[in-house]
Design a protein around this ligand. Structure first.
Ligand code: AMP
Ligand code: ZN
Length: 115
C-alpha cells in the first residue's frame, strides 16, 4: 500500500533519496534530515498507515518486525551504548509526517530531555 502524496512512501519507493542504514522487504531505516541527536534514524514500515489507530493486522505484523530488527539497525547505525525510541502520534505529540515511523535516537547521553 502506497500513498502517492506521502513523503515516506516516496522515500521507500526510492523516488526521494535518503541515507539508508538498513532495508529489507518490510521496512526501511534512514537518517533523519534534521537530526535531534548525534545519531537519529527513522525506522519506517513500507506499508502506509498514518498512526497506530489506523493500523490493520498485517501492518501490525510489519511493526513487530520493525521492533525485532531495531537492535540490528541500531548496531548498523553505530549505536553501541544504547538508544531511545519515540513514536509521535498526532498533533499534541508534534507528528509532522503521517506515515508511521519510529525515531531511533542516540550517540550521546540524553540526560536533560523528557523521559
Ligand atoms: P514526526 O515529527 O514524528 O512526524 O517526525 C518526522 C521526521 O521526519 C522529522 O524528524 C523530520 O526531520 C523527518 N523528515 C522529514 N522529511 C525527511 C526526509 N526527506 N528525509 C529524512 N527525514 C525527514
Ligand atoms: Zn506513506
Amino acid at each position: 500500500m502506497m500513498d502517492p502524496n506521502c513523503i515516506f512512501c516516496k522515500i521507500c519507493a526510492g523516488e526521494i533519496p535518503s541515507q539508508k542504514v538498513y532495508e529489507d522487504e518490510d521496512l526501511l531505516a534512514f537518517r533523519d534530515i534534521n537530526p535531534q541527536a548525534p545519531v537519529h534514524v527513522l525506522v519506517v514500515p513500507k506499508s502506509h498507515f498514518a498512526t497506530l489507530a489506523e493500523m490493520d493486522a498485517a501492518q501490525a505484523e510489519l511493526l513487530k518486525k520493525c521492533f525485532v530488527r531495531i537492535p540490528h539497525i541500531a548496531q548498523a547505525a553505530g549505536l553501541k551504548d544504547g538508544y531511545r525510541l519515540i513514536i509521535n502520534q498526532g498533533k499534541d505529540a508534534g507528528q509532522t509526517v503521517f506515515h508511521l515511523h519510529i525515531h531511533l535516537l542516540g550517540g550521546a547521553p540524553m540526560g536533560e530531555k523528557m523521559l
